[in-house]
Design a protein around this ligand. Structure first.
Ligand SMILES: *Cc1c(COP(=O)(O)O)cnc(C)c1O
Length: 315
């Protein structure tokens, strides 16, 4: 197997991110619940995309890209963080966003205005149209460009979360369960593959906040990332667990998600977001309620960020 360290990488974030016990919530649930603060990755307002971008933008640089394209909805945290990272590395970001969600100058749109980001909206639900539009703009500008898929969720981006699992292994505590949000799949796939490689005895649970076929996307991304690493392993359905926490729809707050945001804010002074981490934490609460965590087991919740969208969507 290839070492993660053999892949080109740019330094964007502050790592390792802290792991802390959620004292008040642990008392409430009668289980030991910890939080991994990937909301504190240190660029933009923090979040999970920074780990992926360290690998993706290294490839963009190596290929001589001057322009970086990416996409998502109007309030995409990933798009905002890509713009922040590209600017830091001296590249120009062009965000070709779906004209869906809150397009007003609030939340991530406001942050993009502060950075002077080139944002273009396309009125489509089809990513094929978006990638075509990127090529059209790229040709028009005549400069070398690099396209990052929605959420940075390809095999190379997922390596960021394989590395996060390795980081957790080095932080000293064993966790029986890790719970994270799953939106485009790279975070969950990376963590689940990373757990297989570096965290024996840890089960990773993806809390699905969108309606894509994650039962296919997750193992496929895991396989592709394992292939990049030349890791001779087979992915089976026992290597990951999924739970539908989407509620009324992607980026539409759910009552359970909003209650989880409020609980974390009230009891721990930590802010989750209504699109991803609130719904994911609601899933953790449901699992605790159902008895999914045995007495004495340790649970780690991945706080994947989302602060930008918090100010556009409320709770
Ligand atoms: C993108 C995002 C996720 C989901 O991660 P994926 O790798 O896209 O599944 C979770 N939380 C936040 C805050 C995000 O911005």
């Amino acid at each position: 197997m290839k070492s993660l360290d053999s892949f080109p990488r740019v330094s964007l974030g502050i790592f390792p991110t802290p792991i802390r016990k959620l004292e008040s919530i642990s008392r409430l649930l009668g289980r030991e619940v910890y939080i991994k603060r990937d909301d504190l990755t240190g660029l933009g307002l923090g979040g999970n995309k920074i780990r992926k971008l360290e690998f993706l933008l290294a490839q963009a640089k190596a290929q001589g890209a001057e322009i970086v394209f990416t996409t998502g909805g109007a309030q995409s945290n990933h798009a905002m963080l890509t713009a922040a990272a590209a600017g830091k590395l001296g590249m120009k970001a062009i965000l070709v966003l779906k004209q869906r969600g809150v397009t007003a100058c609030v939340g991530n749109q406001l942050l993009e205005r502060l950075m002077g980001t080139d944002v273009r909206f396309v009125d489509t639900d089809d990513y094929a149209d978006i990638y075509e539009e990127m090529d059209r703009i790229g040709r028009e500008l005549g400069r070398p460009y690099y396209k990052i898929p929605c959420g940075g969720s390809n095999a190379l981006g997922a390596l960021g979360y394989v590395d996060c699992a390795r980081e957790i292994a080095g932080q000293g505590l064993h966790f029986d369960h890790i719970v994270c949000a799953e939106g485009s799949g790279g975070t969950m796939a990376g963590l689940a593959l990373g757990a297989k490689l570096f965290l024996p005895g840890t089960k990773v649970h993806g809390m699905m906040v969108d309606t894509d076929p994650f039962d296919q996307i997750t193992p496929e991304l895991m396989r592709q990332a394992a292939q990049l690493l030349e890791a001779p392993i087979e992915i089976t359905p026992r290597d990951y667990a999924l739970r539908d926490m989407c509620g009324p729809g992607y980026a539409i707050p759910s009552p359970a998600g909003n209650a989880a945001v409020a609980l974390m804010a009230e009891r721990e002074g930590i802010f989750l977001d209504p699109v991803y981490t609130g719904k994911a934490f609601a899933g953790l609460l449901e699992m605790a309620e159902e008895g999914a965590f045995a007495e004495g087991e340790r649970v780690l919740f991945l706080h994947s960020g989302g602060a930008g969208g918090l100010f556009a969507l409320g709770g």
